[in-house]
Design a protein around this ligand. Structure first.
Ligand code: ADE
Ligand code: ZN
Length: 346
């Protein structure tokens, strides 16, 4: 839809809520709300070192990525049974539906669970059942992306891939997450090459806290199709040109960047700079239970802080479908629906 019809600024929040969108960067373990952590801890008889939901919430004061990851992995320790994984994903998918997310690609971290003795089958079957139910029940089309933890070895990533391959039909791709600095993408060159041979989609976190060099090697060594975060790319003009030329999607997570002190204030966020440079940037929630909001919270807070307009909103929603791993018929249907919603605001 070009040009975008004039939409009065006072209607922008409602437009942001109502427009259909895809979420491409959500760690499902990062959607575990404190209330659900406590409920699962009780159900499974797991002890957690916090006396109450409020005390746990008060611990969510992060200074950088690692300070968050320590609490995030501790929170995931309450997940033991297939039903726990299902219930966590179901809670997220209900929130997604309320935000008019019509398509979601969910990251999960199997090594966080298999290291505690939870079988791969339990993790994947629980998450996959929720994804399967979400289409008919909630109108959210959902799929899974298995992430390797980059602070662990490539050998451990290979073992994880091996354990997951019996469930190959239940996930669409692989990603790379956890502590970025000191663990460059090229550490996982061989396992990503294997995943590529297997026909899996490939993505990686790069340029969240780490340097532009990590974005280059995620692209050139791992051959990923999308970069998760990538906000450090603005420091390297040649990289910006490459990302624009090849239309490499960036799954940007503004409230995450704020909470992990990547930007001091939301008004300092470089999302507008990425869009103005012609990059295929998208808005996502990352770990919504820890960072203060789901998809629409990210859109509303970022637009309020940076003065982005209805034209940017259209671009971001459209980019989310362009960047997603959906078939072209579905993509066309979602973009047509996006156009209808925008037209209804004129
Ligand atoms: N795992 C969960 N959230 C993450 C993030 N923002 N960066 C890296 N790994 C993560
Ligand atoms: Zn992430």
């Amino acid at each position: 839809m070009t040009p975008i019809p004039h939409i009065p600024p006072e209607q922008l929040p409602e437009l942001l809520r109502r427009m259909p969108k895809a979420e491409l960067h959500i760690h499902i373990e990062g959607s575990l709300e404190p209330e659900l952590i406590f409920a699962l801890a009780q159900r499974n008889g797991v002890k957690i070192p916090y006396a109450s939901v409020n005390e746990l919430r008060r611990a969510y004061a992060f200074t950088n990525l690692q300070s968050f990851l320590d609490i995030y992995y501790a929170g995931a320790s309450v997940l033991l049974k297939e039903q726990d994984f299902h219930d966590m994903a179901w809670a997220y998918l209900q929130r997604a539906a309320a935000d008019n997310v019509v398509h979601a690609e969910l990251f999960f971290d199997p090594q966080t669970h298999t290291a505690r003795g939870v079988p791969m089958e339990t993790v994947i079957n629980g998450l996959h059942r929720a994804c399967t139910e979400a289409g008919p029940a909630l109108g959210v089309d959902a799929s899974l992306i298995l992430c390797f933890l980059r602070h662990l070895s490539e050998e451990e990533a290979f073992d994880t891939l091996e354990a997951a391959l019996p469930y190959r039909g239940k996930f669409i791709g692989v990603g790379l997450d956890s502590s970025e600095v000191g663990h460059p993408p090229e550490k996982f060159a061989r396992v990503f090459a294997r995943c590529r041979q297997l026909g899996l989609h490939l993505v990686a976190h790069a340029g969240e806290e780490g340097p532009p060099a990590y974005v280059w090697t995620a692209l050139d060594v791992l051959k990923v199709e999308r970069i998760d975060h990538g906000v450090q790319s603005t420091k390297d003009p040649a990289l910006m040109a490459r990302l624009a030329k090849d239309r490499v999607p960036l799954t940007v997570c503004p409230l995450s960047n704020l909470k992990l002190c990547v930007f001091p204030k939301l008004s300092d966020h470089n999302l507008r700079e990425l869009l103005d440079a012609g990059l295929l940037a998208t808005v996502n929630s990352d770990d919504p239970a820890y960072f203060g909001g789901y998809m629409n919270d990210n859109f509303l807070a970022t637009f309020a802080a940076t003065g982005l307009t209805a034209a940017h909103a259209y671009q971001l929603a459209r980019n989310s479908f362009e960047a997603s791993f959906i078939d072209s018929a579905r993509r066309t249907r979602y973009i047509d629906e996006l156009d209808r919603v925008f037209a209804s605001f004129v």
